[in-house]
Design a protein. Structure first.
Length: 134
């Protein structure tokens, strides 16, 4: 699958050393159309990285993009946990960390046309070396 396969390839290449970890960043996007006025979030409450979305709370593009990122993270975690003991061990040791962010509208077309990428998430994996941070 397009979300999990790149991570399956990346994981064996990540060789942790002291002070380094793999950061998986997931950005959620929506298309340029607004969520219809009066739309409500109907699923159970979710809370992540300072964001809380409660059942029956109003929906907008920001909330939708945040939820896309959140649920993509959950899906990636579940799928990688099923197939990789190495992944589970690295997560437990804090060597793999996630960051998720809703980015609202993905619109590289200037609003002129619908682009398949406008309803998506973007996943980026980077090695972070904390010893290089000041």
């Amino acid at each position: 699958d397009s979300l999990v396969l790149p991570m399956k390839k990346q994981l064996p290449r990540f060789r942790p050393t002291p002070g380094k970890y793999l950061k998986i960043v997931i950005y959620g996007f929506t298309d340029p159309r607004n969520v219809p006025e009066g739309s409500l979030y109907v699923e159970e409450n979710v809370s992540f990285e300072g964001v809380e979305v409660r059942k029956n709370s109003p929906m907008n593009n920001l909330v939708l993009s945040q939820l896309r990122a959140y649920y993509a993270k959950k899906y990636i975690e579940e799928e990688l946990s099923k197939v990789s003991e190495d992944y589970r061990a690295k997560v437990a040791a804090g060597l793999i960390r996630y960051e998720i962010e809703g980015r609202e509208v993905y619109d590289e077309t200037g609003g002129k046309e619908t682009h398949p990428g406008q309803r998506r998430v973007s996943v980026i994996a980077v090695t972070v070396d904390e010893s290089q941070r000041k």
